[in-house]
Design a binder for this molecule. Structure first.
Ligand SMILES: Cc1cc2nc3c(=O)[nH]c(=O)nc-3n(C[C@H](O)[C@H](O)[C@H](O)COP(=O)(O)OP(=O)(O)OC[C@H]3O[C@@H](n4cnc5c(N)ncnc54)[C@H](O)[C@@H]3O)c2cc1C
Length: 385
């Protein structure tokens, strides 16, 4: 097995580019990149990787970007890439990985996450969607809510109760559900911004083959924890350049519109800039830790500060702009797969950032995770395990 070094991987990318035109067919190029092991370099061969150290991914991405090669946008597959893929890699069978990982990485198949239910959000383990075994299939009935991207997704990671007789954390099984299967009904839920990124999903007699079960029956909760820990890193730990994200919009506004400046707000803008930079560097550090192994509870801290900062910065932007900051561009019902945080108005950013402290675990719950699992403070009493 050759040793993986940055130079060797740059060489592999150059060799790949000699035989694959980056300006040709986008999907074909991405499929070939996956097959060459240059998608997720730390994955095993056959699953889009080379078994290389994860830190070398950045080297490969930079070499492709330099050549003007397509990446797996514009159809961003944040749930697929950030949550489903790491969970599948860790817990799914070889055959399941072979079926799902390539079209997930190329963006040809989008994924959504059927976890939350009307009575089971923070207390996710109290979910009631039921899966009952019937021959080679499971029959699923229940309702999910706040399902981002369900209207575009081909596949969903799904938690369902398979044994109502045991303690709630033990009776749950993890499945992959085909969103085009009969009995899956997706209805838009409009948000504060006017658009509907997310949905209610009704599951009525949906047949999920046992071959689409991930892990053992009754072990879904342990597998869901892999998904949730990755979710926090995916939301809060995105790679950003300095002044990337909302703080860049605020800093530009401050520089370009001197008439808006006041002494009090100057202090606030500076404070936010410093916090955003600290959060960006903490996220970078966290991604390095993740590269060295599975994400730990520290992911909760970056997700928490991401949410708090976005709300603080978008509030500051609206305050700076005064009446102008209250002018929303339009309330048209859109069905995006991702919020357009940087391309829309200050009002849009302000309204959409409210959801940041709810999605992917609320700030209250994350504070408890940090208190108990990072700081080692005494746990709150629980009666549900
Ligand atoms: C934009 C957005 C996108 C989302 N996308 C998805 C998705 O794709 N898939 C999916 O499955 N879910 C998704 N969700 C759902 C999200 O994960 C849940 O909304 C979240 O977990 C909170 O659950 P809940 O809404 O039931 O609130 P609840 O759990 O009812 O909580 C209500 C309030 O009580 C607080 N609270 C509850 N329990 C405790 C406690 N023990 N200690 C202290 N405070 C507590 C909460 O922090 C919160 O402030 C999305 C949500 C949003 C806003």
């Amino acid at each position: 097995m050759p040793e993986h070094t940055a130079d060797r991987l740059r060489g592999l990318v150059a060799e790949f580019l000699r035989t694959h035109d980056p300006r040709g067919d986008r999907a074909g190029f991405l499929r070939a990149r996956f097959d060459a092991g240059l998608a997720w370099v730390h994955h095993p061969p056959g699953h889009g990787g080379l078994g290389a150290p994860p830190q070398l991914q950045a080297v490969v991405d930079a070499a492709f970007a330099e050549a003007g090669a397509p990446d797996n946008r514009p159809r961003r597959n944040s749930i697929g890439l950030g949550m489903a893929a790491p969970t599948l890699l860790r817990h799914a069978t070889e055959a399941q990985c072979r079926r799902w990982l390539r079209p997930l990485w190329t963006g040809e198949e989008l994924w959504c996450q059927l976890f939350s239910e009307p009575e089971a959000g923070s207390d996710l383990a109290s979910l009631r969607t039921r899966a009952v075994r019937d021959g080679a299939d499971w029959v699923v009935d229940g309702q999910k809510v706040w399902t981002s991207m369900a209207h575009e997704a081909r596949w969903a990671i799904l938690l369902a109760r398979t044994d109502p007789a045991v303690a709630k954390h033990r009776g749950i099984t993890y499945f992959v559900c085909d969103m085009t299967a009969p009995g899956v009904q997706v209805r838009p839920l409009r948000q504060l911004t006017g658009e509907a990124e997310f949905n209610e999903v009704f599951l009525t007699g949906v047949r999920v083959p046992d071959a689409h079960r991930v892990g053992a029956v009754g072990e879904g909760w342990q597998i869901a924890r892999t998904t949730l820990m990755n979710e926090r890193v995916a939301i809060g730990g995105r790679p950003l350049p300095r002044e990337g994200g909302m703080v860049g919009v605020l800093a530009r506004l401050w520089r370009e519109r001197p008439e808006l400046r006041t002494a009090g707000l100057h202090e606030e803008v500076l404070r936010s800039w410093v916090r955003a930079e600290a959060a960006r560097l903490s996220a970078l550090r966290l991604r390095q830790l993740v590269a060295a192994g599975a994400p730990g509870p520290e992911g909760s801290a970056v997700k928490l500060s991401f949410a708090e900062l976005n709300q603080r910065i978008s509030g500051l932007e609206v305050e700076l702009l005064g009446a102008e900051g209250l002018r929303h561009d339009d309330w048209a019902m859109r069905r995006p797969v991702e919020p357009d945080l940087l391309g829309r108005t200050a009002t849009y950013r302000y309204l959409r950032a409210r959801g940041n402290s709810i999605e992917g675990g609320t700030s209250e719950i994350l504070r408890t995770v940090i208190a108990e699992r990072v700081l080692g403070l005494p746990a709150e009493p629980r009666v549900d395990r």
